[in-house]
Design a protein around this ligand. Structure first.
Ligand SMILES: [Zn+2]
Length: 453
């Protein structure tokens, strides 16, 4: 009886402890290293990132959204929407109705961002929660009149260390507490453009620097006591492919520049005709065999890139590694923006923390699936989106999931057991039903002999 009371009492205490830690809202840090191509992980060494993955999960390929550019893909990660739905359809945009322009250097007008609600805004609308951001695209813009409670105005000259210091300070000392934070870094994108991803020597150096930054991040979280309770996602917006001076598509050789306005150039050009659209289309159509030319209404459905006023009447999509130019030489040795089905355009995703399994590897998810997963972790109701929560269930400890090889194994195993059982039953039935031949006992002569004489 005494033992029972002790057991009940200790159980009660453990239960209370469990509840109190569950009452703390979950926290999530989303980190992007721009232009981190998925297969860099196979081709270079990343000791710090490998350690991070060993204790967490890895998604080897994230299929991102078309066009595979920085602003559009970062906005898809935090909204779960294709570009035609969130409205950031390129790094350079033009709106015909308002005559407004958007570019890398002129991105602060909320008009461009208000077609969607990013997760940091939704998170902040919850009672007693705030968001923080260190330069994730769009976080310094008042989207639906809301910026994160803590944010930095974008400046590429601010060091990673300063961004990280701010983020960790906000995660530790804010009231209401910061439960969602984002951190953005420009590499390895900048070097991928400059040297091209096939420049092994320079990419080795740059990727080692990126890995060291990941080491710095983990070290800081551990020192500050944030590591165990914080969920951390490290991912990227797109990959990178090698370009060449021998793979140029010069539009000036095909059509007079005065007949159209060029809104965006390469590798996906956005063309706003000044004259008859069909005439411009017909000239571009025969311009170069390494470029697909689409009227807006004919853009393939798989791109999910059609239903938005900011998508221009004609778009040109260069083949992988080809660069569209206007009478100029090759601008960069590496580029992205191409067809999102190309594996060179895909980034990866790694995650660590109490929400994630340890040492689990997954082949692929879509970048739009990240948003519903993040909402689940934070306990937020997601806005309507193009992602599928089910695709990320295998990464999460609180979800039941079964992957394809496991499912095949279970089906084969079940079939084997069923077949064996059926065989056994048939054998048994056969044995039981064999009629025994009836015959009289043959009495032998000495059978009547008494046993004991
Ligand atoms: Zn880039």
């Amino acid at each position: 009886m005494k033992l029972l009371v002790i057991l009940l009492f200790s159980g009660l205490i453990t239960g209370c402890r469990g509840n109190s830690s569950h009452n703390l809202p979950p926290k999530l840090l989303l980190v992007s290293f721009d232009g981190f191509r998925a297969d860099y992980l196979q081709n270079y060494e990343f000791p710090h990132l490998r350690n991070f993955i060993k204790e967490g999960v890895l998604v080897e390929h994230v299929e991102n959204v078309f066009i595979t550019k920085t602003f559009p893909n970062h906005y898809s990660i935090v909204t779960g929407l294709y570009e035609e739905s969130h409205g950031i359809v390129a790094n350079s945009m033009y709106d015909v109705i308002t005559k407004k322009h958007f570019s890398d250097f002129d991105d602060k007008d909320p008009f461009w961002w208000n077609e969607a609600v990013p997760i940091w805004v939704t998170n902040q609308l919850q009672e007693n929660r705030s968001s923080a951001a260190a330069m994730w695209p769009g976080t310094d813009v008042p989207i639906h009149n809301t910026t994160p409670s803590y944010f930095m105005n974008y400046s590429s000259s601010v060091s990673f260390e300063e961004r990280l210091n701010n983020i960790t300070m906000w995660l530790m000392n804010s009231n209401p507490p910061v439960t969602f934070a984002t951190l953005y870094w420009e590499e390895p994108d900048a070097s991928g453009h400059k040297y091209g991803p096939e420049d092994k020597e320079n990419m080795y150096r740059v990727l080692k620097e990126v890995d060291d930054l990941i080491g710095e991040l983990v070290h800081k979280l551990k020192v500050l006591g944030l590591w165990e309770d914080l969920n951390v996602i490290i991912t990227s917006d797109h990959g990178m492919t090698q370009c060449s001076k021998d793979k140029l598509i010069n539009l000036d050789l095909c059509i007079d520049h005065s007949s159209y306005t060029l809104v965006d150039l390469t590798p996906v050009a956005a063309i706003l005709p000044k004259i008859n659209t069909t005439e411009v289309y017909n000239k571009l159509k025969i311009c170069n065999p390494h470029m697909n030319v689409y009227l807006k209404e004919d853009i393939p459905a798989r791109f999910h890139y059609q239903h938005n006023d900011r998508i221009q009447p004609i778009i040109l999509v260069a083949d992988e590694g080809w660069t569209i130019v206007l009478n100029k030489s090759l601008p960069k040795l590496g580029d992205h923006g191409y067809d999102n089905s190309l594996s060179s355009m895909h980034p990866f995703l790694a995650a660590h923390g109490p929400a994630f399994h340890k040492g689990y590897k997954h082949s692929t998810i879509n970048s739009v699936d990240i948003y519903p997963m993040m909402c689940h972790i934070l306990g937020l109701k997601p806005h309507p989106n193009n992602g599928t929560f089910g695709h990320t269930k295998c990464l999460l400890v609180d979800q039941w999931c079964i992957n394809l090889p496991e499912a095949i194994g279970i089906v084969i195993g079940a079939l084997l057991v069923l077949t064996t059982l059926t065989c056994l039953i048939i054998i048994m039935q056969n044995r039981l039903s064999v009629p025994r031949p009836f015959s009289r006992l043959q009495l032998q002569e000495d059978d009547d002999d008494p046993l004991i004489e």
